[in-house]
Design a protein around this ligand. Sequence first.
Ligand SMILES: [Zn+2]
Length: 363
Amino acid sequence: MRQVITVKDVETLIKNGTDISAIPADAIITPAAQDLLSELGRMTARSTTSALQPSAQTENPSGHVSNNSGMDIESLFNSPENAHRKEQICEVGRRMWARDYLDGNGGNISIRVDRNLVLCTPTRISKGFMKPADLCMVDLDGNRKAGEKKPTSEILMHLEIMKAQPRAVACVHCHPPYATAFAASGVQPPNKILPEFELFVGEVPIAGYETPGTIEIARKVASHSSDHSTILMANHGVVAWSDVSVEDAYLKIEILEAYCRTIAITSQLGAPPNRFTSGQMKELLNIKQTMGVHDPRIGKDISEIALQDDAQWRPGVICASPPDPKCQCQSKKAPVAKDRDESTEELIQQITDLIMQRVIEPS
Ligand SMILES: [Zn+2]
């Protein structure tokens, strides 16, 4: 099994005075660790066959684009490291297709292979039947650098997220039905209900609608990426990014979709769900902090964490008792059908008048 080198590993090597060249040539080095190695100016000590060198790209006399390690882009694209990444992308595509998260040729997946290079799915292909040979590679500006097929039309969104989040190593986008239903209705999934959702996903914002594939939607989604790694896209779907792996990004979507399905069922039961107390929520956020998962709510006054409006996702239903004072649902109870009440009153009056008339009138 290939060794994975993280920033912590590099720091430990330096601390122990170990030469960086001791890192196995076939080790997988995380982007953050690559940055650190690069800063240390020791990358040159490593094998030039590594696919993970920083990539200020230049064009050599033969016309082949290469990164600043001198490695040919085509060789990098076909390296064993990227063969493995391509398999990972195809596997995530198959899993999403098998779970109905994708329709037609929808959805797209990317993995950052270098500071400025990204492997991605091509346009117009079912992600359930993709092969490694179908994939392509682009730079952070979206220019195709390798691969036979045209990159996904939604690549700009992946790239804007990666530009905004240098830690991001992968992005996954798809249209899972339950999460997409929340996005289509403009309803944020309610919080304080299930622990796994709070721990691995947390609050999910909805990026406003823009035409798919445009820089506008890419920027809108990326603007939420600092505080959120799972983002709903209004009237479209969901995107998740990860600083760990493409599978990690996919799992966030799987957790969100399962949660939205549970919430959709909960909303039909006729009884309000119990919500976590501030103490229970604080415990979950403490665990999340220990796990090293970012959540903008960590460290905040728990009582200040807004509770999504129940009236929005369960029309006519109010919070569990006692209601959260922050929740607006109390003031948004299902409106009384005033018109109907008035007409009912009128009808009752008419019937009463008729009866009284018959009683009073001599037969
Ligand atoms: Zn889409």
